[in-house]
Design a binder for this molecule. Structure first.
Ligand SMILES: [Zn+2]
Ligand SMILES: [Zn+2]
Length: 235
C-alpha cells in the first residue's frame, strides 16, 4: 500500500468514532458510530503518489510535467480519494440526496490528512451560483468546510468568494474551452492580504475552476491557496 493509502486508512479509522450511530451507507451492515462500516471504508479508492500541486498521479510524488509547464494558481492540493466507485456515490449522496452525515465524515478525513486545519488563516468553500444554491438548498462544499472549521477553530468565510456568473459543468467541455467557461466566474470582496487560504470542494475534475478561484483569491491578497478536496477525478 502506498504512503498515502496507509495514512488515509489511519485517518478514516480515527475519525469514525465521532459520528452518529447508523448503518453503513454502502452495504447496510452495522457500522457502530460511522457512516460507513470498516470493510467499506478500507476499500475506498486511495490516490497513489501524487503531484503536490494538482494531486494527479506522479511516481515519486514530485511536481508533474503539466504543473511544471503551466504552474497553477494554487500552491497545494490535498485530496482524500480518487473519484471512483463508491466515492462517487457518496459524493452524490451528499450533494443530491442531502446525506449530511457525509459532510462531517469527509471533513474529518480531510482534517486528518492536512494534519492541522489551522495551518491556514481562512477556509473558503467553493461557492455555488445563487440560482443553483436555491435549487439544491445547500452548498455541499460549505457543509464540509463548516465541519472542518468547527473543530479546528479556523476562520470560515462562507461568503469569502461568490459566483457571479453561471458556468457549464467543466466535465462536458473540451479542454480548450474550460478556461474560458470559468473566466470571470468568481468575485472576492475580502481583504486577504498575506492570508493562507484553503478552498474546500467535493470534487476536483480538471483543476481549471479551482485555478480560476485561486487567481481571484490571490488578486484579493492571498499569499497562499491550498485546495482541500474530497475526491480527485483522474482523466
Ligand atoms: Zn459497509
Ligand atoms: Zn501537477
Amino acid at each position: 500500500m502506498s504512503m498515502n493509502g496507509s495514512r488515509l486508512l489511519n485517518c478514516c479509522t480515527r475519525v469514525v468514532r465521532a459520528a452518529l450511530p447508523q448503518d453503513c451507507l454502502l452495504c447496510g451492515a452495522a457500522s457502530d458510530d460511522a457512516p460507513l462500516c470498516g470493510p467499506c471504508r478500507d476499500e475506498l479508492p486511495a490516490l497513489a503518489r501524487a503531484c503536490p500541486l494538482c494531486a494527479m498521479p506522479s511516481p515519486l510524488g514530485e511536481i508533474c510535467g503539466t504543473c511544471l509547464r503551466h504552474p497553477p494558481q494554487f500552491d497545494l492540493t490535498v485530496a482524500a480519494w480518487r473519484y471512483a466507485y463508491p466515492v462517487d456515490r457518496l459524493v452524490q449522496a451528499l450533494k443530491f440526496h442531502g446525506r449530511l452525515a457525509l459532510a462531517s465524515f469527509f471533513a474529518d478525513v480531510l482534517a486528518c490528512l492536512v494534519e492541522r486545519a489551522d495551518i491556514v488563516d481562512v477556509v473558503i468553500p467553493m461557492p455555488l451560483h445563487p440560482a443553483r444554491l436555491t435549487e439544491r438548498g445547500f452548498n455541499q462544499a460549505a457543509e464540509i468546510a463548516r465541519h472542518l472549521t468547527r473543530k479546528s477553530g479556523t476562520r470560515l468565510a462562507l461568503q469569502g468568494a461568490t459566483r457571479i456568473r453561471r458556468t457549464l459543468p467543466q466535465v462536458h467541455l473540451p479542454f480548450h474551452e474550460r478556461a474560458r467557461n470559468v473566466r470571470g466566474a468568481f468575485a472576492c470582496t475580502l481583504d486577504l492580504t498575506g492570508a493562507r487560504v484553503a478552498v474546500v470542494d467535493d470534487v476536483m475534475t480538471t483543476g481549471t475552476t479551482l485555478g480560476e478561484l485561486a487567481k481571484v483569491l490571490k488578486r484579493a491578497g492571498a499569499a497562499r491557496v491550498e485546495n482541500w478536496i474530497v475526491a480527485r477525478t483522474l482523466e
